[in-house]
Design a protein around this ligand. Sequence first.
Ligand code: MG
Length: 546
Amino acid sequence: MLNLWYKNAVIYCVDVETFMDSNGDGIGDFGGLADRLDHIEALGATCIWLLPFYPTPNRDNGYDVTDFYTVDPRLGTLGDFVAFTHAAHDRGFRVIIDLVANHTSIDHPWFQEARRNPNSRYRDWYVWSKEKPKDIHEGVVFPGVQDTIWTYDEVAQAWYMHRFYKHQADLNITNPEVREEIEKVMGFWLQLGVSGFRLDAVPFLIEYRGILAEDKPDQDPHEYLNELRTFISWRRAEAMLLAEANITMDQVDEYFGASGDRLHMIFNFMLNQNLFLALSRKDGDPVRRVMAQTPAIPPKSQWASFLRNHDELDLGRLSDPEREEVFSAFGPAPEMRAYERGIRRRLAPMLGGDERRIKQAFSLMFALPGTPVLWYGDEIGMGEDLSLQERNSVRTPMQWADEPNAGFSTGPAERLVRPVVSEGAFDYRRVNVSAQHDLDGSLMSTLQRLIRTRRACPEVGWGRCQILDAAETSVLALRYDWRGGTILILHNLADRAVEVQVALEGISQLRPLFSNEDDRAMCDATKPIPLDGYGYRWFRAQGERR
Ligand code: MG
């Protein structure tokens, strides 16, 4: 039996080590996370996505794994994981976890065995070359920080491939033993109660690069996605794969599968980059353009929408002049940028701390076709710490209260996994959960209302989306229809007030659901609708006009 819960979910992403510390060692842990489920529940999210929590030397925020079958002892035990999952299920949450199948840490026992012993079964679990490959500088993922994708290993006396940092050796997914092991890992966590996986680096996972031509199986690499899908669906009907795949629109079919039989969900990186271009221009055209280019996807498939995440805001798919526009609007200083393509800042500071714009950005993201995904801390408008390396700038501890260490930990400040933001406009003494909790008009309570509204509009998750002509290019007008219900959502990206008239066939009255103003009066669908600067209004169509 199919379970399509992800079509209309609200996903909240947590990094366990920076969310809540329950034992005072300065490191967030599963006990702390279980303790703070109240917050995620109050917000209204329905699914929790955990960043990697596996044992790790932590050179890449846990994406460098040394054991896929347990919990990093700094974060707790496997028992603590199960206790957390149980508590989350009790409150009706689903839990999905990050799966890093493209590579392991070079400290992983598999790699250690592989480098030492050429006859080991693990040797062929990685990608090797006896000769120095010709193209070692081509295709680095972190330009400016990473120099090559091949590194010579003295012990193995061979070069190993690493699409990412040199401490992360790529697994050879053409090896059937590796595929079997990845399935075992997924089966293990499904058995412990997770509802799916956020699959890391999918385009790199399925590439055959570096694997000698004669060893290449004679098949389309995307077929591996069918294998993964089949495996998890057989194990658990509701199991879902959410892919990190920064792909172009012509690749969409290959990743979802023509009949929706590959990845369930894909992060919509194209829409994300154009959304920030639209915000920087205060104009709806970039969003309209990318939505018009987006192919229809199978009914079982779904996009994941997001504003910011745990990585840099990747603008690599924009043209050079477009990227410069976003850079100058939201990341003007060189230290705000990363990898020659992105911005390593959180949402609130990018929008100058202007609550009207922050709230509108969230409203817009929730109004786009797909399932919304939130990055912890953005719901209260946390800022970044640019003194931290690379993407760690946006991974500072959750700001719970105006208490020592922002209420994140009772340990000494110098032992915290990362310092809390404690200066400037986003200082934890000003920006924290307890200051916004139950406070009308706060960013957090606006997010709560937005999430409630979005969950009451299944049309957005399930329905057909139409872009309506609003005459004003600053206004994005979206209409959703599903099972007799119609939702109209208007956003004015400009800072000046406008009035728009949209053609709404068969609709006479609009009932307000959510807006930047607390307006409850019915709206005449045949008359122009006023929108404030940075204003947004959600309506449900009422009554038929015949
Ligand atoms: Mg701890």
